[in-house]
Write a protein of this length. Structure first.
Length: 556
């Protein structure tokens, strides 16, 4: 059934959900992990029922004057606003979401962040008070919190101490995770953080998990990965030969598991029922996502299969030119076994989607793809922002992203919903082919939802087409031009109906400019369409290319 836009105010949890949950017993974590039919998942300990984390990342971004970029001001001592938090979490819960993910140590030290300055060896007590209060408010709204650390806090004793321990063998991120003298400093930070919450009587039962690093990665241009020879002994006591690539791979895999296991053991010695996780950037292998020049190294296959963490958090945004299935392959989702996987960040970048409705459609489709791939939880990036970080936020516009991801509208995240403001782009599930294609600009890029292009391997005439899985009703077709420099062109649009031959429906004969959208809309919708083809018959001096072909059937 069609769902109307949700008004983001005055929302409360559905009565049926309220009645199914009793009060929490003090100190017992509400959520644990369990195996279901050979696969890992979450369970609500109060009800005994399977629990699917569905929620929002929650931030309040401010300009980070003096260092560039932005900082998160939600929990800072100077600017914490419990009334705003309570109102926001009530709205989020009213949409049916049960989880909120919050970043710590991403704030400005001058505002009162996690650390207490370069010489202060201790977690900021005021900040811990605010985090404990945030957990309380979440619990009052029947929600759990994923507490995610970005890294060691800026301008803190821990960051300065690990920085001081860098040497020829360990630099940057590799130093923090592999250096035998630096890893204990990371342990000390988490010991202080969790113990500080315990000392305050924080409602730890509302913690879904502690995320040790929210987007883990190493750098290929820093030691030890940048070394071409020599022996390196890491925190796990093992020695690796930097002239052997297999040794470097094992060093990363085994070192990361050791680091995470060590921290998990320390946290659970303080908070026995705690779940612990690590978050990851999208790996760049075997399917290139960031490009061949990418210097961040992310390896997850070995970690997912061998680490003792309770679940793994992965991050993926649509529109990067790589199909979702290839991203899941990069992460190693198919081999996760009993390790639960949460999609802890997914959203839409503004420079990839023209408006909130288009972005919402992409976010919903990604969530469906992830669910069908076996992913166990979904946390959208993000509830709100200042509009300058490059992403669409859930509450931007008329709340389109919040609406399409809300469990009250889509109880099953594996199934798409129908919404009046979303046109269904049939191209996204069609199969693309072409008369020719360049390496890196293959035909499938013409309907992948990203700015990456299909480019023919020769001059006009050239064509690209979409084949639908089943006959479709078409209300309009849009073609996003990929052309530099601008100039005259002639493009023919053809469609084929079931059991019939191709027929030309229009010709675009004009001066075309990169990024311009060419649109064809018949007087009445055309049914039984099985194939759409665009033929470029004239494009002087250039090989034909398209950024995107979109075939709309109207609202779902």
């Amino acid at each position: 059934m069609a769902a109307a836009m949700i008004i983001l105010s005055g929302c409360t949890a559905p009565e049926s959900e309220k009645e199914s949950r009793g009060p929490r017993s003090g100190g017992e974590h509400r959520i644990s992990v369990q195996t279901f039919d050979g696969q890992g998942g979450f369970v609500d300990n109060a009800s005994g029922e399977r629990f699917t984390p569905r929620g929002m990342n929650y931030n309040r971004w401010v300009t980070a004057n003096g260092r560039g970029g932005y900082a998160d001001d939600v929990l800072t001592v100077a600017h914490y606003e419990p009334e705003t938090v309570a109102a926001d979490l009530a709205q989020i819960r009213g949409l049916g979401f049960n989880t909120v993910r919050i970043l710590i140590d991403t704030c400005l030290p001058a505002s009162g962040c996690t650390g207490t300055g370069p010489s202060g060896h201790g977690v900021n007590g005021g900040y811990l008070d605010n985090l404990a209060d945030f957990l309380r408010i979440a619990g009052e709204n029947d929600m759990v919190v994923l507490v995610a650390s970005n890294t060691l806090p800026d301008d803190s004793w821990w960051l300065n101490e690990t920085g001081r321990m860098q040497d020829a063998d360990f630099q940057g991120a590799s130093n923090e995770f592999l250096n035998p003298t630096a890893v204990p400093i990371y342990v000390d930070y988490w010991r202080g953080l969790v113990q500080g919450l315990v000392d305050r009587g924080a409602p730890l039962e509302n913690v879904l998990g502690y995320e040790l690093r929210q987007e883990h990665h190493f750098w290929l241009n820093e030691a030890p990965l940048a070394l071409e020879g020599g022996l390196v002994t890491t925190a796990n006591g093992r020695t690796y030969d930097m002239s052997i690539q297999d040794d470097k791979d094992r060093m990363i895999d085994e070192g990361l598991v050791y680091w995470a296991d060590l921290l998990r053991d320390e946290i659970r010695s303080i908070d026995a029922g705690a779940l612990v996780t690590v978050g990851f950037f999208t790996p760049n292998y075997p399917n290139q996502v960031q490009g061949p020049e990418e210097l961040r190294l992310v390896r997850t296959h070995y970690f997912i299969q061998n680490a003792s963490v309770d679940f793994v958090d992965i991050h993926h945004y649509p529109g990067n030119g790589v199909k979702d299935a290839q991203v899941w392959e990069n992460f190693g989702i198919a081999d996760a076994g009993t390790m639960p996987i949460v999609l802890g960040e997914y959203g839409a970048y503004r420079h990839w989607y023209p408006d909130e409705a288009t972005a919402a459609a992409a976010v919903m489709q990604l969530e469906v793809d992830a669910c069908r791939a076996g992913i166990d939880g979904f946390i959208v990036w993000a509830w709100r922002g200042d509009g300058n970080l490059g992403e669409y936020y859930a509450t931007d516009g008329d709340g389109e992203i919040a609406t399409v991801t809300a469990p009250v509208n889509r109880p099953d995240p594996c199934e798409p919903g129908t919404f009046d403001f979303i046109r269904v782009d049939l191209a996204r599930t069609a199969t693309a082919s072409a008369s020719s294609e360049r390496e890196g600009a293959e035909a499938w890029r013409v309907n992948d939802g990203s700015p990456k292009i299909w480019n023919a391997a020769g001059s006009a005439p050239q064509w690209v087409q979409l084949d639908f899985e089943e006959p479709a009703t078409v209300e309009s077709i849009e073609l996003v031009v990929a052309q530099f420099p601008s100039g005259p062109s002639v493009h023919e649009l053809w469609i084929q109906l079931a059991g019939d031959e191709f027929r030309r429906v229009t010709v675009f004969d004009e001066v075309t400019v990169d990024g311009v959208v060419l649109r064809w809309e018949p007087e009445t919708p055309v049914s039984s369409v099985v194939r759409v083809r665009v033929v470029t018959t004239s494009l002087p001096g250039l090989d034909p290319a398209w950024s995107e072909l979109m075939v709309y059937s109207g609202s779902g």
